[in-house]
Design a protein around this ligand. Structure first.
Ligand code: AMP
Ligand code: GLY
Length: 423
């Protein structure tokens, strides 16, 4: 069959890489894709928010399954549009994708259905927000309500920082309309994990555990990014934490969404904060994490296509997922300046050398083909992802790949996976 993947990041390269391995698949398209997806399938120059263009392409080319990577087309209603036309599509419908598109919605949902999360309030005016900050004290967490590419969260360590963040967001200077409402919440300490599960709105099948590295610098220092690296499995997710996350977070959320008339079908991603034996939910995403998707799909032994098809068809009761009994680590290589304004157009050296390493895949994210070769074209440029017998092996292999690749101003964290080693 023919499959269309929507998106152009590292996550979508990983999806195309995994889908292309399925014996059920003859051809994979990616819209708009990147130079990595072009090596495995055919890129189609249609933007992720051009829903009509994507629909026409799928109809005209006999696409039997469309897989949505990023949140934007989900929140614009691409799944609803395709389903109305009788096309199979993997992803959350618009009224369910709001779980990511509005932090105020997701916090209210968690409160209503007793999903453990940080105490919070929602504000649209600066003055009451400042009063709440003064009442709660610091550190305190300020979140833009809407989509902000993983960067709309400020952990304020001083009152001034907190006041500046709410003032900037509510005045529309930071994050535009996405910041016209803010969630202010209690600071939670602990260790984070990314907990993903497939669901058809009723049944829940968890993926393997994973951990992201949000901050730009080693030791979780510096501003947050979309994610600087990830690995799987994450030992912080013990059996007991897994069971709690399933019962208190996933089950209550999936049932809550159904009760709200917003049945959730797709992959549900909970960002968890784990402290001692307790689990609290930081956020939900309506899609695979990026970069978590890269190490997760490299560890997935099962063919992903029947799973995605089952979700898209609304019944995953028969789905079981097999995982390699190995570890995977993905190190993100970023452009100079990221997560702020970053450089573009630098020629990337060493991609071919890195590709010779066994059990290693260099997933493309912000890259572009040019006459001079592959050049940087985004903040997160590559995700060097390796499989190893242990987390240590996977780390060593991934960084051996990283050592082969350079361009002016390239930076990456040197401690991806270190938390797993320290346990
Ligand atoms: P979110 O997009 O809501 O997951 O927030 C992005 C990142 O900010 C999370 O991955 C955490 O590292 C951090 N964060 C968010 N909320 C809190 C909180 N209440 N306490 C501590 N850290 C938080
Ligand atoms: N890696 C975090 C995210 O995808 O939101």
């Amino acid at each position: 069959m023919k499959v269309l993947v929507i998106g152009s990041g590292g996550r979508e390269h990983a999806l195309v890489w995994k889908i292309a391995q399925s014996p059920l698949v003859d051809k994979v398209f990616c819209a708009p894709g990147n130079p990595g997806t072009a090596q495995l399938g055919t890129n189609v120059n249609i933007a992720v928010d051009d829903l009509q263009g994507l629909l026409s392409f799928a109809k005209e080319n006999g696409i039997e399954l469309t897989v949505v990577g990023p949140e934007l087309p989900l929140s614009l209603g691409i799944v609803d549009l395709f389903e109305k036309e009788g096309l199979k599509i993997f992803g959350a419908r618009q009224n369910a994708a709001i779980i990511e598109a509005s932090k105020a919605f997701s916090k209210d949902l968690m409160k209503k259905y007793h999903v453990p999360t940080a105490a919070y309030e929602v504000f649209t005016e600066v003055q009451p927000a400042i009063e709440f900050i003064d009442k709660t004290g610091i550190p305190i967490v300020i979140k833009a309500d809407g989509l902000a590419a993983g960067k709309g969260v400020i952990i304020a360590q001083t009152r001034d920082e907190a006041v500046e963040a709410v003032t900037d967001m509510l005045s529309g200077n930071a994050f535009g309309a996405a910041g016209s409402r803010v969630v202010i919440e209690e600071f939670l300490k602990g260790e984070e994990a990314s907990f993903l599960a497939f669901t058809d709105g009723k049944n829940i099948v968890p993926l393997a555990s994973a951990q992201d590295h949000k901050a730009v610098f080693d030791g979780d220092k510096g501003p947050n990014t979309g994610g600087m690296g990830a690995y799987s499995p994450a030992p912080v997710v013990t059996k007991s934490i897994h069971d709690k996350a399933m019962a208190e977070v996933m089950r209550r959320t999936v049932d809550g969404m159904a009760a709200e008339g917003r049945p959730y079908r797709g992959v549900l991603y909970a960002g968890l904060m784990i402290d001692g034996g307790n689990v609290k939910t930081l956020e939900f995403n309506a899609r695979f994490g990026d970069p978590e998707c890269q190490p997760l799909l490299m560890r997935m032994k099962s063919d992903i296509v029947p799973i995605l098809m089952a979700v898209a068809s609304g019944d995953i009761s028969g789905v079981e997922i097999e995982w390699h009994d190995k570890a995977t680590v993905c190190v993100v290589l970023a452009a100079e300046g990221y997560p702020g304004d970053y450089r573009k157009g630098d020629v990337i050296n060493g991609l071919d050398e890195a590709a010779t390493i066994e059990d290693l895949v260099v997933f493309h994210a912000g890259t572009k083909a040019s006459e001079a070769g592959i050049v940087t074209n985004g903040g997160r440029v590559l995700g060097v992802t390796a499989l190893g017998a242990t987390v240590k092996d996977a780390i060593d292999r991934a960084y051996a790949g990283v050592a082969k690749i350079t361009w002016p101003g390239m930076h990456c964290r040197k401690d991806i996976g270190a938390k797993a080693m320290n346990r």
